[in-house]
Design a protein. Sequence first.
Length: 158
Amino acid sequence: MKHIKKIKCSNFSVLPKRNIKYVIIHYTNMNNQKSAIKRLQSRVAKVSCHYIVSKKGKVYRMVNDKDVAWHAGKSKWKKDKNLNNCSIGIELINNGNEEFPNIQIISLIKLLKKIITKHEIKINNVLGHSDISPGRKFDPGPLFPWSKIRQNKILKKA
């Protein structure tokens, strides 16, 4: 992950003081990167994320870390609600029914390490969208390789 390319996006909010405690991993539910980015930029859809990781491992930034991306929706984890306000959202280009390419996961791991270090996020606070919106969201899904993330010392074993 040598260079993170910036993509224009106006779907975000600004909080005077933002305490980043979580990283939320999503899949786009789309195969096509161009369509996924277009949806994440849509003022009608009103969704976004901080980072997108392509199937080829390229990382794009849509929203600055200091700003609130609209990725979590109605969400809760422990005592925290509306996790958009206290999290970084990462979207993986994936339709939800396919394996995640190894190169994509390698880039994700590098990105996670960078974010965790920068914001001093506890390793147990790297979550899937399904964790914070159970029954409503299913990403990153059963094919997401949590074991590879654990092997890289990002997560503790449950």
